[in-house]
Each structure stands twice: as C-alpha cells, then as structure tokens.
Design a protein around this ligand. Structure first.
Ligand SMILES: NC(=O)C1=CN([C@@H]2O[C@H](COP(=O)(O)OP(=O)(O)OC[C@H]3O[C@@H](n4cnc5c(N)ncnc54)[C@H](OP(=O)(O)O)[C@@H]3O)[C@@H](O)[C@H]2O)C=CC1
Ligand SMILES: O=C(O)C1=N[C@H](C(=O)O)C[C@H](O)C1
Length: 251
C-alpha cells in the first residue's frame, strides 16, 4: 500500500523498496505487486537506498528500524517510523537520531485515529471522576507486540489528561483473584485473531452509564496515506522529532 500510494501521488517518487535478504521478492519490480511496474527493483541494501532518498518510511520491527535509523542518519535521510513495540532505550535512540535528521514517529498514521486521540483528551478531562478507564484493542493473528502502540498512546493521552503517570497506573490484563478495581488504574485488554486490521476502544465506565470511544480500521490504506503526509511534512525540515499530531497541526 505504501508503494501504491507513493507511485500514485503526483508529488512523490519511489527510489528504493526493501525486503529482507532472503525474501523471494528481491530483484522484482516493486510496483509489479500493485500492477504499477516502476523500474525500481526490490533490494535489501538499505544503505544504498537511503543515499538516494529524502525519506525512508519504515514499518518493520524495532531491531530493524533502529538499524535503518543509523543508516538514515549517516546518509542525512529523513525517516517516518510506524513500527511499534520499542523499549525505552529504543525510543531514546530515535530521539537522539532526530537531533540530526527529521523523524516522524507515530504508533498510528491514520488521520481518524489521530482525531480520536484529541477526542480522548477532551473526554478524559470531562470524565475525570467516577469513571473507570479500560482500553481494549483487537488485531490480526500475525501481530507480535501487545498492547498495540496505539492502545498505549491512548493510555498516555488519557493518563496525561487525568494527571496520572501511565507507567504507575497501567494494568495489563487480569487473571485470578484480582481484588476490587482501583479507580486510579487504566486497564488494557488485548485480542488477537484472524485478519482484524485494528480496532481500538477506550471505555469510560461510570455508575449508570458508559461512554465508549472506538476507532476501527477496515484497511491499511489510511496508514499509508498518513505516512505520505508525514514524509511531505519532514521534506523541508533538517531535524527534529515529530508525531502525527504535529503533521496534522493538532498540537
Ligand atoms: N504506525 C502505524 O500506523 C502502523 C504501525 N504498524 C506497525 O508496523 C510494524 C510492522 O507491522 P506489519 O506491517 O504488520 O508487519 P509485517 O510483518 O507485515 O511486515 C514487517 C516487515 O518488516 C520486515 N522485518 C522484520 N524484521 C526486520 C528486521 N529486523 N530488519 C529488517 N526488516 C525486518 C519483515 O520481513 P520478514 O517478513 O521477512 O520478516 C516484513 O517485511 C509493527 O510494529 C506494527 O505495529 C503497522 C500498521 C500501522
Ligand atoms: O500491527 C498492526 O497491524 C498495527 N499496529 C499499530 C499499533 O500497534 O498500534 C497500528 C495499527 O493498530 C495496526
């Protein structure tokens, strides 16, 4: 979808596309997969690719992204990072690299989800007493990290709005005799199955009423479209760490 979006946009050009070295797609035309042959052969040589590019869009795994980040930094190439599941050290490495190159790092590139982050801030400030906060997310069976990066960001938005520290108040799943619910906690529940693209709900459960704010992805195309917006956003910039709220002018 990234390749398709880049090839179809009037203001972007695909100069390289990557797979791992053992991929059967190495050497094939990157556009052929989406019926748009473009003369760019899929490669595993990220260093050579970033040397020609203004921006590297990376949705891989934390270890891959951090390696690519070093290559992008050495080449002075900006980066859009969609990968989730980073440790604190990984996030610090991204922030350090962003002192030298422009980076957009966001757990969810979809415009709709970024609107939801704003709605959550408003909702949490209104529902700041007497409402228990639970975050429920569902994804496809191939997803490897949990909770999703988006669910964690939802938790951060709500915790910030409520003046809480997410690290101190998050509960990741429950089992056994858990005792009564502590009203200061924010609970996370994870579902994995089939081909669910990505569903996220924040539930504010009060006495006599419940408020649910939900986002459902039916396609991955909004992530690709958001990534292109992020790439355009960093094009004129020399350095700095940004997220999709910056890209969309929501801060
Ligand atoms: N921010 C956002 O909007 C979104 C974020 N994501 C995140 O993007 C990431 C990727 O998700 P998804 O596309 O579903 O995953 P996939 O497994 O479909 O794709 C990941 C790709 O990265 C490659 N890869 C894995 N490890 C490495 C590595 N160490 N070095 C280089 N390449 C590597 C994989 O190769 P191989 O298959 O050979 O292992 C594969 O081509 C996840 O962290 C996910 O949460 C996903 C969608 C939206
Ligand atoms: O792995 C996925 O698929 C997705 N990952 C991101 C996340 O962890 O939040 C974004 C989206 O939910 C899809």
């Amino acid at each position: 979808m990234l390749v398709e979006s880049i090839l179809k946009a009037p203001d972007t050009a695909l100069v390289a596309a990557f797979e791992q070295p053992d991929s059967p797609f190495i050497g094939k035309d990157a556009g052929e997969l989406v019926g748009l042959p473009c003369g760019v052969a899929i490669s595993s040589d990220v260093a050579a690719g970033v040397a020609q590019a203004d921006c590297l869009i990376d949705f891989t795994r934390p270890e891959g992204t951090l390696h690519h980040l070093e290559l992008a930094r050495a080449a002075g190439c900006g980066m859009v990072i969609g990968t989730t599941g980073f440790s604190a050290d990984g996030k610090a490495a991204i922030a350090a690299a962003a002192e030298h190159i422009p980076v957009v790092f966001a757990p969810n590139m979809a415009v709709g989800m970024n609107a939801v982050f704003k709605l959550l801030d408003v909702a949490a400030r209104i529902l700041n007493e007497g409402y228990d906060v639970e975050i429920i997310e569902a994804h496809h069976r191939l997803k490897v990290d949990a909770p999703s990066g988006t669910a964690l960001r939802m938790g951060e938005v709500v915790a910030d709005a409520l003046g809480r520290d997410l690290d101190a108040c998050a509960i990741y799943g429950r089992e056994g005799v858990t005792g009564e619910r502590d009203g200061q906690t924010i609970g996370f529940s994870t579902i994995r199955g089939g081909d669910i693209v990505g569903d996220h709900t924040v539930l504010f459960a009060g006495i006599g009423e419940r408020i649910e704010i939900t986002h459902k992805s039916g396609s991955r195309m909004p992530y690709a479209a958001g990534s292109l917006r992020a790439a355009r956003f960093i094009a004129p910039r020399k350095s700095g760490l940004f997220d999709m709220q910056d890209v969309l002018g929501l801060k």
